[in-house]
Ligand binder design. Structure first.
Ligand SMILES: NC(=O)c1ccc[n+]([C@@H]2O[C@H](COP(=O)([O-])OP(=O)(O)OC[C@H]3O[C@@H](n4cnc5c(N)ncnc54)[C@H](O)[C@@H]3O)[C@@H](O)[C@H]2O)c1
Length: 264
């Protein structure tokens, strides 16, 4: 078994019961990490049962937890840390809101900010405390999105939250480097996951397919393709990377429709 960071431990994956988080858990348990712990609002018993069957019951645990609840996250991470060292954190918990900007409320802004920015910070604080207390290094990977860098009509709170995630990634990377804690982010393009299915039928805004068509590769990613990049950023192979936001976007950010037309 190749352990990430060159030492054994549990990788905590928030939002690990679905989509990119679930694919990351599968990728990590497949010879990369000793154990994974899923923190999710709804850790589906069937999903966790299948993971336990495939990888071993002692290698996977799941806790129901709202990452936007600072005390709940701290408590969950404390419980995990008592059982053994934590080797990494992946912040995949997230949600999307499709709504015209004219109708956005404070509650809408909070809903997205609380899970993406506050939730990622609270999980990061909790694991960082365990590393600092044990004088151990650590690696954190946050989930941004290409949505932070283009105008996406009808999804305003989401790009605001993802821009916040990127700013937080850079600040924590600098602030926590003294404790050998690396903090990076991936910025995926469209990924075929339940999150995107949820955004497919937004009232009054354009369908998600319009965005998919703007990737240079002309398709959405499979969650496993994002999990591979996340695994790299957790591993010793990225030991000199911190504060980076890595696009994993099928060329979305560098594609112009006209240029794409020239190649087809
Ligand atoms: N799917 C995409 O196209 C895409 C693209 C770019 C970035 N992302 C980001 O990747 C991350 C994962 O997205 P996904 O596509 O796998 O979504 P998903 O909906 O498949 O999974 C998200 C998981 O987060 C959990 N969750 C939601 N709110 C939570 C909370 N408050 N506390 C704990 N868990 C919570 C959900 O229960 C779910 O299991 C998100 O941050 C998302 O914004 C997704």
């Amino acid at each position: 078994m190749v352990t990430i960071l060159g030492r054994p431990g549990t990788v905590v994956v928030t939002g690990g019961a679905s989509g990119i988080g679930l694919a990351t858990v599968e990728r990590l348990l497949d010879g990369v990490a000793d154990r994974c712990a899923v923190l999710d609002l709804r850790p589906d018993r069937e999903v966790v049962g299948r993971l336990a069957e495939r990888f071993g019951t002692d290698r996977i645990s799941a806790l129901a937890c709202d990452v936007a609840d600072q005390d709940a996250v701290a408590g969950a991470v404390d419980r995990l840390a008592q059982a053994g060292p934590i080797a990494g954190l992946v912040n995949c918990a997230g949600t999307l809101l499709a709504k015209p900007s004219l109708d956005i409320t404070l509650a809408d802004l909070h809903r997205l900010f609380d899970v993406h920015v506050a939730g990622s910070l609270f999980a990061a604080q909790a694991v960082a405390r365990t590393w600092i207390a044990r004088n151990e290094p650590g690696a954190i990977v946050n989930l941004s999105s290409v949505a932070s860098s283009f105008g996406w009509p009808g999804r305003l709170p989401y790009p605001i939250a993802k821009t916040g995630t990127e700013a937080m990634t850079r600040t924590l990377a600098v602030e926590w480097a003294r404790w050998r804690i690396r903090v990076n982010a991936v910025a995926p393009g469209t990924v075929d996951s339940p999150l995107m299915a949820e955004g497919r039928r937004p009232p009054g805004v354009k369908p998600i397919e319009e965005v998919v068509d703007r990737h240079a590769l002309g398709r959405a990613a499979a969650p496993s393709e994002i999990a591979d990049a996340i695994t790299f950023l957790l591993s010793e192979s990225s030991s000199f990377m911190t504060g980076a936001v890595v696009p994993v976007d099928g060329g979305f950010t560098i594609t112009k429709d006209s240029a794409k037309e020239l190649t087809r």
